[in-house]
Design a binder for this molecule. Structure first.
Ligand code: ZN
Length: 241
C-alpha cells in the first residue's frame, strides 16, 4: 500500500510557499468569508483538478466534483442530494455569477456509461444509477454515430453529457430565472487531456471549440450567457480520429 506522506510534504510546501507569503489573502478570506466568482462542476478524476487546471487562488472557485461531472435533472428535496445542494448553496447563498460544467477526455465514468454493462453488485448499481443521468446523451451518440470507433463515441458522449447537464441546470426554476434575468451565465467546458487544450461549447456553431485564451477572448467568453438549446451537430469534426 502506498503511503500518504507525499501529501504531507505537499502541505508543507503550501505552508511555506503559499500561506506564509500571502497573509493578506488568507486574512481576508478568514475575516470576510468566501466570495467565489464561479461554480465549477467537474469530474472526480484525479487528472482533472479544477484548481490546478485554472491556476485559481483560494476563494476564487467553488467546486463540486462527482463521477463524470453530471448534474441531475430537477428534483425536490426528497433525498440526499450532494451535487444539487452544493449548486444551490453556491448560487443562492454565495451568489456566484457563472456555472461551468467541465468534462474531460478519457473519462472513466462516460466509458462505463457507454459500455452499459448490467450492474452485478451494490457498488456497481450505485455508479450505474448515477451515470443514468446521461443516458439521453448516450442514446444520441449511439443513434448519430453508429459503428464509429469507441474513442470517437466516447469523446462525443463526454461532450454531449456536458450539454445534458447544462440542460438539467436549466430545469431548476431558481437557476433558469437567474439565467433569464442575466444574473447567471452557464458554460460548458471540455478539458482535452491529450492536447492540453481547453474547449468551450459554442451554441451558435453547435460544437465544442478550442478556447481563445488571450485575455480579451477570455473576457468575451465569460460574459456570454450560454443557453444549450441547439443540438450538438458536429461531433466528429473535433475528434482526433
Ligand atoms: Zn471523468
Amino acid at each position: 500500500m502506498r503511503d500518504v506522506n507525499i501529501f504531507l510534504k505537499g502541505f508543507r510546501r503550501f505552508q511555506h510557499h503559499y500561506f506564509d507569503r500571502n497573509p493578506e489573502l488568507f486574512d481576508r478570506l478568514f475575516t470576510e468569508g468566501q466570495r467565489p466568482r464561479a461554480l465549477m462542476v467537474a469530474c472526480c478524476d484525479s487528472r482533472c483538478d479544477p484548481g490546478v487546471l485554472t491556476d485559481s487562488e483560494p476563494g476564487d472557485l467553488f467546486v463540486v466534483r462527482n463521477v463524470a461531472n453530471l448534474v441531475p435533472p430537477y428534483i425536490q428535496a426528497t433525498d440526499y442530494a450532494g451535487t444539487t445542494s452544493a449548486i444551490a448553496f453556491a448560487i443562492c447563498n454565495l451568489g456566484v455569477e457563472h456555472v461551468i460544467v467541465m468534462g474531460h477526455s478519457r473519462c472513466g465514468g462516460i466509458r462505463a456509461l457507454l459500455e452499459n454493462r448490467s450492474p452485478e453488485c451494490d457498488e456497481e448499481r450505485l455508479i450505474a444509477k448515477w451515470l443514468g443521468i446521461a443516458e439521453d446523451a448516450r442514446q444520441r451518440v449511439l443513434k448519430e454515430l453508429p459503428g464509429k470507433p469507441h474513442a470517437t463515441q466516447a469523446r462525443a458522449c463526454e461532450q454531449a453529457s456536458i450539454l445534458e447537464s447544462l440542460e438539467n441546470l436549466m430545469s431548476y426554476p431558481w437557476i433558469s430565472r437567474r439565467v433569464n434575468e442575466g444574473a447567471l451565465a452557464l458554460h460548458g467546458w471540455y478539458f482535452d487531456m491529450e492536447n492540453g487544450a481547453l474547449m468551450q461549447y459554442d451554441s451558435d456553431a453547435g460544437e465544442f471549440r478550442v478556447m481563445d485564451l488571450h485575455l480579451e477572448g477570455c473576457e468575451k467568453h465569460s460574459e456570454e450567457p450560454l443557453l444549450p438549446q441547439r443540438l450538438f451537430k458536429n461531433w466528429e469534426s473535433n475528434t482526433p480520429l
